[in-house]
Design a protein around this ligand. Structure first.
Ligand SMILES: [Fe+2]
Ligand SMILES: [Fe+2]
Length: 276
């Protein structure tokens, strides 16, 4: 049976009246995507928010996100990014924390959607811009992949794919082990965030996509500083469609909300929060 999974990413929500990195009104953006999200939620089976939900783990920002995500027609699952705090997410985004988490502290999940399995992996390393998957999570993922041959979509914030933009291409803890597991079958797809651009890359035989941001479009730049600046751009999304054939097709798009394309602006004052 065909399935559609909507992925949105990198909202970088700030409290009302605070501009993210001095330039982007992400509180307003988080509010203004609500009508589009409501209408799309009627057409998809699941919505996954792949991290950098708040810009610095601020509770007021999560409240704004909660109001955008509540009351949608499809279930919603959230994953943390390097700008998030797990404890604050648990407290304020409780209804969107998938129930089948693999551990008390972390926010990994797996879901059975009938025709496919969906895994959400928590790559957050508090206080760090880079991500990692610990050995226990990788072992659990491998067991789940080995016992069930159905198509699988693995979602997470950080990406093992490289973009060619030097400031965005960083180490990813557990990269080789993860890619070995994801390469086990051709019906496994990996969908990530963090790059703020729509990118597809085959890495060690695994097709990895990265979703565009809801708020900040990273400037295309392959020079030395590439990846360190953004523009105000319309909100993007990725939609992963499982076809009757068991293959995945990923559609990238922009929500019909105009923006000025002002910029580029530097990412100044970046915060990768520690836990409280
Ligand atoms: Fe981000
Ligand atoms: Fe990120």
């Amino acid at each position: 049976m065909p399935l559609s999974i909507l992925q949105i990413s990198d909202l970088h929500a700030e409290p009302k009246g605070v501009l993210a990195y001095g330039a982007a009104d992400t509180a307003s953006r988080t509010k203004e995507i609500r009508p589009w999200l409501r209408s799309m939620s009627e057409k998809v089976d699941l919505i996954v928010v792949t991290g950098d939900i708040a810009c610095d783990g601020n509770p007021e920002a999560y409240e704004i996100v909660r109001r955008t995500l509540e009351g949608l027609a499809a279930p919603v699952a959230v994953l943390p990014g390097n700008h998030d705090r797990r404890s604050t997410m648990r407290r304020l985004l409780g209804p969107f924390i998938a129930p089948h988490t693999w551990s008390e502290e972390r926010l990994d999940f797996d879901m059975d959607l009938g025709g496919a399995r969906v895994f959400g992996l928590d790559t957050l390393v508090p206080g760090s811009h880079t991500g990692a998957l610990p050995a226990e999570t990788l072992a659990r993922l491998e067991r789940e992949i080995d016992r069930d041959p159905r198509p699988a979509l693995i979602l997470m914030h950080h990406t093992p794919a490289h973009s060619g933009m030097p400031k965005m291409d960083e180490p990813f803890g557990g990269r080789e082990a993860f890619l070995r597991i994801a390469a086990k079958r051709p019906n496994i797809r990996v969908a990530t965030g963090h790059m703020h651009r729509a990118i597809a890359s085959v890495t060690h035989g695994v097709l990895i996509t990265t979703a565009p941001s809801v708020a900040l479009g990273i400037e295309l730049d392959f020079g030395e500083e590439g990846g360190d600046a953004f523009r105000l751009a319309p909100p993007g999304y990725a939609l992963h469609r499982l076809l009757d054939s068991g293959e995945w097709a990923t559609h990238f798009g922009a929500m019909p909300i105009p923006d000025t394309f002002a910029g580029p602006y530097r990412f100044k004052g970046v915060v990768n929060p520690h836990e409280d």
